[in-house]
Structure formats: C-alpha cells, structure tokens
Design a protein around this ligand. Structure first.
Ligand SMILES: *[C@@H]1O[C@H](CO)[C@@H](O)[C@H](O)[C@H]1NC(C)=O
Length: 159
C-alpha cells in the first residue's frame, strides 16, 4: 500500500504541465499560458496562482471564473490562461494548479517577463526586484538572444 501511494504520487506529480518555463512579453500585450493535464482531472477545479513558492502563491482565479484581465478556459485537456493588457507589475512567477481533495494539488509554473517595448535589450530588461541573480535568470539571459522573434509568433497565434 505504501509503495502504491508512493508510486502514484510520483506519476501524478507530472499531471499538470505548463507549456513554457519562461514567457516573454511586452507592456500592453496579451500573454497565454497553456497547461496540459491528465484527462482524469477533467472535472477538477483548476486555478491560476501568483508567487515564487508553490505552497504560498496567491490564487488569482478558479475555473470557470475569469477576473478582470485574467481569463481562464478549461478545455477538458488544457487549462488556458490569458492575461491581457500587461503591465510591468505583472512580471513574476505563476502557477497553474489542479485542486485535489486527498493529495497535494498538482501544479506547474512559468516565469513571466514583461518588457517595456518591443526590441528592448537594456540592462533593466533583466532586473528583478529584491532578488539576486539566480541560475535560472542567467540561463534566461543566455536564451534572450533567441527569444524575441518567438514572442511575436506566440502572440500572433493567440489572437
Ligand atoms: C465563480 O463565480 C460565481 C459568481 O461570483 C461564484 O458563485 C462561484 O463560487 C465561483 N466559482 C468558483 C469556483 O470560484
């Protein structure tokens, strides 16, 4: 029994998968997060949550409800979250989650980077308030050279 529970938790911990770990966007633009989940979670509540630490994030909205600039759509296979009219204050870490009654919620995260205007590659592009430069930020810095054209096509396809 103990082994079964352990195995289940290991497998189910992959049940919610965010499409991208870092999303780069621009002020006033719209960004989408697509979280794919295992089919048997179709009828569970899903949510969008903000914060670096998964256990302390602040839930912004539960399905099926959308709030203001944040629209949630549950297709039965994916939770699609769309945040419109981005501001720099929207930058940060976000989680999509599946509410589960007898187990830890299943969650996956993305980091949203919001830039002032298209084509900006200045030093404040990467500044993060109150935090030192982490390994993931360095990785992101390395990836930045390739990221900008992708953002255009991502936003174009979500329209
Ligand atoms: C969605 O909004 C309605 C109306 O405000 C509310 O009654 C309901 O509890 C909300 N559902 C969730 C899952 O938060």
């Amino acid at each position: 029994m103990g082994l079964f529970v352990l195995l289940s938790l290991t497998v189910l911990s992959e049940a919610m998968v965010m499409d991208k770990k870092v999303k780069e966007s621009f002020v006033l633009d719209t960004v989408s997060a697509v979280c794919s989940y295992a089919a048997h979670y179709k009828d569970h509540l899903k949510y969008w949550c903000r914060g670096y630490y998964r256990d302390y994030c602040n839930i912004i909205a539960f399905t099926p409800n959308s709030t203001g600039r944040v629209a949630l759509r549950d297709t039965g296979e994916q939770l699609i979250v769309t945040v419109s009219c981005l501001t720099k204050e929207d930058a940060g870490w976000y989680w999509c989650g599946i509410q589960r009654d007898f187990a830890r919620d299943d969650m996956d995260f993305t980091e949203l980077v919001v830039t002032d205007y298209r084509g900006a590659h200045t030093s404040d592009f990467w500044s993060v308030k109150g935090k030192g430069l982490t390994r993931s930020q360095k990785t992101r810095q390395a990836a930045s050279a390739f990221a900008t054209p992708l953002v255009g096509s991502l936003l174009g396809s979500s329209a």
